[in-house]
Design a binder for this molecule. Structure first.
Ligand SMILES: Nc1nc2c(c(=O)[nH]1)N[C@H]1C(S)=C(S)[C@@H](COP(=O)(O)OP(=O)(O)OC[C@H]3O[C@@H](n4cnc5c(=O)[nH]c(N)nc54)[C@H](O)[C@@H]3O)O[C@H]1N2
Ligand SMILES: Nc1nc2c(c(=O)[nH]1)N[C@H]1C(S)=C(S)[C@@H](COP(=O)(O)OP(=O)(O)OC[C@H]3O[C@@H](n4cnc5c(=O)[nH]c(N)nc54)[C@H](O)[C@@H]3O)O[C@H]1N2
Ligand SMILES: [Mo]
Length: 551
């Protein structure tokens, strides 16, 4: 997020697109409700489904799933046509405007309506509201990113903020709501195939040398030996970009990856096209599973390493507003479970490393030493301040509430013209419905944790498929009746939930239930840049089954 949660009530206009905020970020959503109900902020919602936030929205645009670029380009078209763009900001802070303006010049409201299904007048009104606001913030989540055009969807939103200058000020910015409680921290620590901690590129030779030095890796002599084999004494950090999850699955099946170490992840429910994932997990030669519970993926493991949960260890979480916060043990870990860092340290030492970390605080000091954005963060400071937002380069730096105030990381903000493209798999006569997948308030992903809670389980005990009343009538389906949902990749049985929340032609399922795993249906098409799967659009058919099938 460029901005902070406490700024939400400061925005005059809040534009939420592809985020079911009240169910997936309920505490943050309270700030949105406060802004709307208490301060009279205007909420623009763009979401195919009539989610709870629609009840708070001044305007609810219901685009056809997967058409966000068309919608956003059309909004930009209207802003320029009506002269509502911020010419001074564009001149001083950005580049690439001309090419962008030429592209969106073609996205008239009529064309936008044709592609997205949103009435032209609503698009025009959204453009006026957003552009005329003194300050406006955009919020998005997986409805924007989980598409084969996910990266371009985000760039389209960036264009909108640059066009209107709604960035770099209090209450004005671009806010991707991070999902997992520490996904921001995991990315910050280099839990990505292309960067070291702090987004320092693995392909950068100077960066490699910095980490080799910090980690005591020999760099003295890496000339090949006369017989061609490298000296065994010489190791170097790799400058090649690694693989993402879906690429690893494919690489196993191609015979290129032989061992897999999975820590705190359940790909056997959360990855797309589970039949494909199962083949890979069966094929891989060696699988380590480090988790607080034995989940569906753990069933395939050769070795299981029990980890301590968040409530049983010291450490930090970095939340969606870049705020690093401490956790402290409230319980003893059960049985043989230990903090993840201790398991990894022991494993490294068994493999010949010489690591001597005594505590999570000591690891934090190393993070600060090699990661400029975390440079001033330590457990002692976190204890004192309660939380610090990065960038925090030095121990006397207070942290950063919002980004890009006077300049962007790359200098000028770059407009990127993005062209609309349809999703990979659209409905047809055989598979007539769009399947959209996502979450409900009461469960967490594969349910490994939340389905162990009897209270949550009693609130949302079974897999349901949201179907519009008109579609249910055509199918002859009753509320609560089991139906078989099939795609080109697999099928599941779930109970019908008749509701106008999903538009006609679109059905919605969560991926919380192993016994009706939505990812048996989803395709493994990915965005070419981010490699995120297309979880929000695929084609399915729905058929009545006579009896409930228990799996
Ligand atoms: N209770 C609960 N909370 C969670 C989680 C959980 O499992 N359970 N998971 C966490 C994680 S890791 C994440 S990433 C977040 C995800 O948080 P969200 O992204 O908010 O959750 P989703 O349910 O995946 O779907 C988001 C919204 O996208 C809409 N949508 C679908 N297709 C499109 C489209 O083509 N365009 C647009 N604009 N919108 C579309 C859906 O209707 C839905 O309202 O939630 C986090 N919070
Ligand atoms: N169809 C569909 N699929 C999706 C999505 C979607 O919208 N639709 N969303 C995607 C998204 S955004 C996400 S983030 C993924 C989530 O997918 P996953 O991350 O695979 O799902 P979780 O169930 O959160 O799995 C987390 C695991 O971590 C374990 N765990 C918890 N705490 C600890 C700990 O401290 N240490 C260790 N070692 N383990 C721990 C839990 O027991 C659990 O087994 O799903 C993706 N899959
Ligand atoms: Mo996520």
């Amino acid at each position: 997020m460029t901005n902070s949660i406490r700024e939400i009530p400061e925005a005059e206009v809040i534009f939420v697109i592809g985020s079911n905020t009240t169910e997936a970020h309920p505490v943050l959503a309270l700030q949105m409700k406060k802004a709307v109900c208490g301060r009279g902020a205007k909420l623009i919602l763009a979401d195919p489904r009539r989610i709870e936030l629609a009840g708070f929205a001044h305007l609810h645009l219901r685009q056809r799933p997967g058409t966000d670029i068309a919608l956003i380009n059309t909004i930009a078209h209207v802003i320029i046509k009506e002269g509502l763009h911020d010419l001074a900001f564009i001149e001083e802070r950005t580049e690439g405007y001309e090419e962008f303006a030429a592209l969106v010049g073609e996205w008239t409201p009529e064309r936008g309506k044709e592609v997205t299904g949103v009435p032209a007048q609503e698009i025009i009104e959204a453009a006026r509201l957003y552009a005329k606001a003194g300050n406006a913030s955009i919020f998005w989540a997986m409805g924007i990113t989980q598409h084969t055009t996910g990266t371009d969807n985000v760039k389209a939103l960036v264009n909108l903020a640059l066009l209107t200058g709604h960035i770099g000020r209090l209450g004005a910015g671009l806010n991707p709501l991070r999902g997992q409680n520490n996904v921001q921290g995991a990315c910050d620590m280099g839990g990505l195939p292309n960067v070291y901690p702090g987004y320092q590129n693995v392909t950068d030779v100077a960066v490699r040398e910095k980490f080799e030095k910090a980690w005591g890796i020999t760099t003295a002599d890496d000339r090949p030996r006369p017989n061609g084999s490298p000296s065994p004494a010489v190791r170097r950090l790799d400058t090649q970009i690694g693989l993402t999850i879906t690429e690893i699955v494919d690489a196993i099946l191609a015979g290129e990856v032989h061992a897999l170490y999975i820590m705190g992840e359940n790909p056997m429910l959360s990855d797309p096209n589970l039949n494909h994932v199962r083949q890979a997990l069966e094929r891989v030669d060696f699988l380590v599973h480090q988790d607080i519970f034995l989940n569906e993926t753990g069933q395939f493991a050769d070795v299981v390493l029990p980890a301590a949960s968040f409530a049983e260890k010291w450490g930090t979480f970095t939340n969606t507003e870049r705020r690093v916060q401490m956790v402290r043990p409230a319980l003893e870990p059960p049985g043989e479970a230990r903090p993840d860092w201790q398991i990894i340290t022991d494993l490294a030492n068994r493999m010949g490393a010489d690591w001597s970390y005594e505590s999570a605080a000591e690891i934090m000091d190393e993070i600060a030493a090699v990661t400029p954005i975390y440079g001033g963060i330590s457990h002692a400071r976190l204890e004192r301040l309660g939380g610090i937002q990065w960038p925090c380069p030095t121990p006397d730096h207070p942290g950063t509430q919002y980004l890009h105030e006077s300049k962007f990381s790359r200098g000028r903000g770059l407009f990127t013209p993005v062209e609309f493209e349809e999703a990979e798999e659209l409905p047809d006569s055989e598979y007539p419905f769009i399947l959209s997948t996502g979450r409900v308030l009461f469960h967490w992903h594969g349910g490994t944790m939340s389905r162990r809670s009897p209270g949550l389980e009693s609130l949302a005990p079974q897999a349901e498929i949201e179907i519009h009343p008109q579609d249910a009538q055509k199918l002859g389906a009753q509320d609560g009746q089991p139906v078989r949902v099939s795609s080109r990749r697999g099928d599941v049985v779930a109970n019908v939930l008749i509701t106008p929340r999903s538009p006609t032609g679109t059905v919605f399922m969560t991926f919380h239930y192993a016994e009706a795993a939505a990812n048996l249906l989803t395709p493994n098409y990915v965005d070419p840049v981010a490699k995120i799967p297309e979880y929000k659009v695929s084609a399915v058919k729905v058929e009545i089954v006579e009896e409930a099938v228990s799996v």
